[in-house]
Design a binder for this molecule. Sequence first.
Ligand code: SAM
Ligand code: SF4
Length: 451
Amino acid sequence: MVTIVSMIKDKKFHLIIFGCQMNYSDAERLATVLKKIGYRETKQEAEADLIAIVACSVKQAAVDRIHSKIHNWQLTKDKVNGEAREGGLSQTKPLITILSGCVLDSDRKKLAHQFDLFIDIKKLENLAHDLASIHPHQKIALNDFFDISPSYGSSYRAYVPIMTGCNKFCSYCAVPYTRGRETSRPSAHIINEVRELLNKGYKEIVLLGQNVNSYGLDKKGKEISFPELLIKIDSLSKHFWLKFLTSHPYDMSEELIVSMAKCKNLNNYLHLPVQCGSDKILKKMNRHYTIADYKKLIKKIKKTFPNITLSTDIIVGFCGETTKDFAATKKLVKDIGYNLMYISQYSSRIGTLAAKMYKDDVPKKIKKQRWQTMNKQLTKQSFAFNKKLVGQTQEVLIDTVNKNATIFLNTGKLSNYLPVHIKTKQALKIGKFYQVKITEALDWGVKAKII
Ligand code: SAM
Ligand code: SF4
């Protein structure tokens, strides 16, 4: 679909993004559209004529942050309309606000009327048409959403969506409602996007989907599988970093493990969310595997990739989680030895199966305590893992360079996402690979020197 929208001049937009990499990726396409209609991006909220929030209903904490933002903008709008109010942004020009992202219907009902425009993430193909309602003059043509070339936030690391939506319906999760069912992008489009990025000199490609293992299944035999896609992308260049997010343990096939082993650019890193260590809770979460299944899968993965870095997602305080269930999660986390975990305190999401069927009965205080216990355990494991790296030579991709007196403080990441701190006399180059020797372990990273 091609829609005509207006062209505006000398206006700035500011993006606020909550949630996961998928939202960051959507925001990169939204930014392109706003630029096409004439806006320039500003990192300063106070300078903006248009502010767009790419929101996340997955956890309540992110929704709460939107409410506090809206309050501030309303004060600004009131000031512009001549109503004397304390607070708000310092500007005195009209402000347009847009809401988009992973927004549950219940949150949309509470929030959307407080924005000038709501853009449904499931109907992003209507984006140009929706924007026309706020700018009805000059004209420009826009493509379908996934065909819009993103304004990548980085010049060396790119997140490339391969599919959107989810069919899994984990009982706690808002995603199947906010993003709808699984829809795969044509593999030819994905491969072209990655090829162009590599030609431009991008060093790291992260393929994105809520459950990448299901890639292509919605096309009923007319599209290649995820393992096939991975191999094709891997072969596009001799040397780059390749990762994918996220795999569901239930769908992580033997075929995928075999294909991963054939890839020469795929990083020795896998994010495999387990959510909790109790079979009783996993069943209530509708995850379709037991802890024995998960451990068997990890054993297979470690047989093929003995030094793989494993990360996971954990929810603490899910409905009915007892001290014994939580102890089972702690034991699992120790047994697997994750060195990276995204730990969330359960928050009930209206409309999900868990909200309908189970009582959110773990007190907030206990959820917080369990989160802290888990975080402490993670710090211990992470430090132990990092200590084993001391003395190793590894490749690092540089993200920031700061000067302190006569020394440059460079930070980057190892291919398994671990932060690396390097002091040098000459500044390193952001977005370039360097070989380093790891000299010291930290709780959440390592120190290294260039070799
Ligand atoms: N598709 C991925 C998977 O299957 O693991 C995860 C996507 S989800 C957007 C990211 C993470 O948010 C989940 O793995 C889960 O740990 C967390 N999450 C989702 N719903 C939640 C809720 N209601 N409360 C707390 N954490 C939640
Ligand atoms: Fe949510 Fe489960 Fe789908 Fe992940 S797999 S997005 S947790 S429903």
